[in-house]
Write a protein that binds this ligand. Sequence first.
Ligand code: PMM
Length: 278
Amino acid sequence: MGIVNVTPDSFSDGGQAYAPQAAVAHGLALLEQGADIVDVGGESTRPGAVRPPAEEELRRVLPVVRRLAAAGAVVSVDTMRAEVAARALEAGARLVNDVSCGLADPAMLPLMARADTPYVVMHWRGHSAGMRAQARYDDVVTDVVDELRLRVEAALHAGIRADCLIVDPGLGFAKEPEHNWALLGGLGEVFALGRPVLVGASRKSFLGQVVADPATGRPRPARSRDAATAAVSVLAAAQGAWCLRVHDVASTLDAVRVTARWGAEPAVARLPRHSVGV
Ligand code: PMM
């Protein structure tokens, strides 16, 4: 899944594709790189971000969704608002990626039950402005999986079909770096929810810290975190993640292809030569 942020203030691409025309061109470039889905969002969720009004979010995303869908793309809309999701579906979107798992807008789950289309349920505890204060867990993997399970149950209760649901541990959302790493290490428990899993690690600050400048300790800037993103992505894919949400599709796709090729090798070909008698 390639990311098209139609926002002036995203942490990771800083308004790179803000104008509709630039956003469409960016989405087409991601498809060219091999993305299966393009995820179009008009609200920045970086920590401390101020929400745009609904009209502004609609103004940002609708023309981009419409044009990418018309070009044949499978478009996902990244929104917490039912109205934006409904209008984007009318404009041709085929997935709804709701980082609030229905908690930000009570109209979202009923809409998704009517829409009968794939719905990404991400672990979320509150809007960006107060997110850091909510990064408190007894055991982050258990707590996140329990909270996700409750959201899956709420979605089912609202009438959404189980096979429309995709779950996401919500890396970086009310999570400190150690929480993100624990969740990646515990992905197996997220898979145990029995739904396809989406992982969104791309360019997030916990990666910037790991690849910090050794001399100054300064975190790597967001735009230079694609190799780190590819590394996390292949590890997640190798464990069975269904979807990787990334800014730079080319680097992650290359890494995933190489990993898949490695995994496809017959086991015997990977044994040390002497052990197979040649
Ligand atoms: N992260 C961001 C935005 N939307 N959606 C899902 N499902 N999962 C994520 O991890 C996620 C998301 C924030 O990153 P961005 O501002 O670079 O898009």
